[in-house]
Design a protein around this ligand. Structure first.
Ligand SMILES: Nc1ncnc2c1ncn2[C@@H]1O[C@H](COP(=O)(O)OP(=O)(O)O)[C@@H](O)[C@H]1O
Ligand SMILES: [Mg+2]
Length: 397
């Protein structure tokens, strides 16, 4: 059965509201600029048409009043300072150009060539407008969009980019506040547990002392066992209190730490699980760890392995050197394996496939390895029905 904590559902609603707002603003602006662009395009076409008419008027030889003609064309030249246009007369000569900056020091031929090139570009965007100058003769006006309109067509893309960036930022803000919240829950819970365990434990210690002082009444072997249990409880409390504060790291001999702890663990798990440790590391390999927390990680992974093997199988720990001054501790079991779909999920808080599982063991282990030791913890390989290897990578610099 899968379980998961749902204390962040409120955050999800907020996320959806923000996302919807972004979407609304986004589509709204897109539609608006789209309309604006269409309108501007219409207007620019009207300008060009006006220009076309002016040329037709100017070319009409029946007008003898030259000042009148100049007035019309100059009016139109004034009115439109942004739309580039070229007029090609019925003989195919370029006779007018508007709003096109020619590069300096071109010969006449080069100028023509430059303008012809422009015409090719303009033709791709708009069909030329026909100038009917009478006698069945026709010239053509080529034009392209004003720089304003050109910039405006980029606007929706810019807007989209900005909105996406905003969305990503909002998402990051949300998830980091969520992470901060998770952190507070972890740390608070850990500190509280350590604190609460403290009192009954000192009292237990006092009881053990009391029993020891009267060996006639209390069997020494029993007192010894109880003392071991109390020590075990002390370890747990120490772990909880160190996860609740910034833990200190110390140079430790990795081979020794792992071997010692495996010895300790093997006595506490089913005798049907064959536990073994091997190492390709130099015997003096040191790593900076917090022993208490590191052991907790090993314990969590090994316990899961034992669970996955239903109490019988092989549990192998192997230490290997990696490039870049890293070392790996591989923990391999012959258990039920993890499906591809679950490989990442096993580290999420609350994910458990066990009846009595809390789904916190691996979350905690990952946190200890990655946040406190700057290392990595992941499923190195797993095959359903065959077994699983978890890998812890630590830096040994
Ligand atoms: N060695 C493993 N083999 C198969 N499945 C595993 C192994 N280790 C972890 N898992 C899966 O990951 C889940 C989460 O593990 P964990 O975080 O320790 O929580 P819990 O042990 O409480 O279920 C387990 O319920 C199990 O489904
Ligand atoms: Mg577990």
């Amino acid at each position: 059965m899968l379980k998961s904590f749902d204390i962040y559902s409120q955050n999800n609603i907020l996320k959806i509201i923000v996302a919807l707002n972004l979407l609304l603003v986004g589509t709204g602006s897109l539609l608006y600029t789209d309309r604006l662009i269409t309108k501007l395009e219409d207007r620019e076409e009207q300008y060009v048409q006006l220009y076309t008419k002016a040329i037709a008027y100017a070319s009409d030889t029946s007008h003898t009043n030259m000042s009148d003609m100049t007035f019309v064309t100059s009016e139109i030249l004034q009115a439109n300072k942004t739309i580039p246009a070229i007029y090609v007369d019925p003989n195919g000569h370029i006779s007018y150009k508007l709003n096109i900056d020619l590069p300096a020091d071109l010969t006449d031929d080069q100028q023509q060539q430059f303008l012809r090139q422009k015409i090719v570009e303009m033709k791709k965007k708009h069909d030329p407008l026909v100038v009917d100058i009478g006698n069945g003769e026709r010239g053509l006006v080529y034009y392209s969009n004003s720089s304003l309109l050109r910039q405006l067509t980029y606007f929706p893309y810019a807007l989209l980019a900005i909105l996406t960036a905003l969305g990503v930022l909002a998402y990051l803000a949300f998830s980091s506040s969520r992470r901060a919240e998770q952190n507070r829950v972890w740390v608070g819970l850990a500190k509280e547990t350590a604190h609460q365990l403290g009192t009954p434990m000192s009292s237990l210690m006092a009881w053990v002392e009391y029993m020891r002082s009267d060996p006639a009444q209390y069997d020494e072997s029993i007192t010894d066992e109880i003392e071991k249990d109390v020590q075990r409880l002390e370890t747990i409390t120490a772990r909880f209190s160190s996860i609740g504060s910034i833990p200190t790291l110390k140079e430790e001999n990795l081979n020794e730490v792992v071997r010692q702890f495996t010895d300790y663990l093997s006595k506490r798990i089913s005798t049907k699980v064959k536990m073994s440790v091997s190492s390709q590391l130099p015997p003096t390999q040191m790593v900076k760890i917090n022993k208490l927390l590191f052991e907790w990680v090993i314990e969590n992974i090994c316990k899961n392995a034992v669970d996955a093997m239903k109490g019988t199988g092989e549990l192998r720990l192997n230490m290997v050197p990696l490039p870049h001054q890293e070392v790996a501790i591989d923990i391999t079991d012959t258990g039920k394996g993890i499906s591809k779909a679950n490989m990442q999920k096993v580290f999420s808080p609350g994910f458990s496939t066990k009846k009595r599982g809390w789904g916190l063991g691996l979350t905690l282990a990952k946190r200890i390895v990655e946040e406190y030791h700057n290392g990595r913890l992941y499923v190195k390989s797993s095959e359903v029905g065959k077994g699983t290897t978890f890998r812890i990578v630590l830096n040994s610099e």
